[in-house]
Design a protein around this ligand. Sequence first.
Ligand code: MN
Length: 155
Amino acid sequence: MTDSPIRKALPDFRWERVETLRYKAEGSAPFRDVTRQVLFGGDAMRCEWRYFEVAPGGYSTLERHEHAHAVMILRGHGACLVGDRVHTVGERDLVAVPPLAWHQFRADPDAPLGFLCLVDTERDRPQLPGPDDLAALRRIPGVADFIRTGDETDG
Ligand code: MN
């Protein structure tokens, strides 16, 4: 049986025949409450289109890599670090993550942050910040508060 080209939307930002995975970062990279769904990919394309969702108060891994991301916020609101700036983002905003820009997404405490993310199928592995990278990021006004791990607010 051939798969239907249509996978209907389901409630709560899920889709037919798309598995919802707990986000697994490389190594012991810190993140909290992130799921991943791969919407499109496979051999006929050179890219993957994924949907990530960060639960309220959660955050993605702080990382960088040679490949770029094209992101559209689809649900909720929050903030993202791209390079050396933090931006507030909401539904339908577009976020361009250039090669080697440090980036991290955080959901606001009262809403999830769901976003579509387009990425090369063949891509380098994410790099995590070392102590020098973190020190440099923490010297940037506005960034220090943003890249806190969040552990102190886990209560
Ligand atoms: Mn990334």
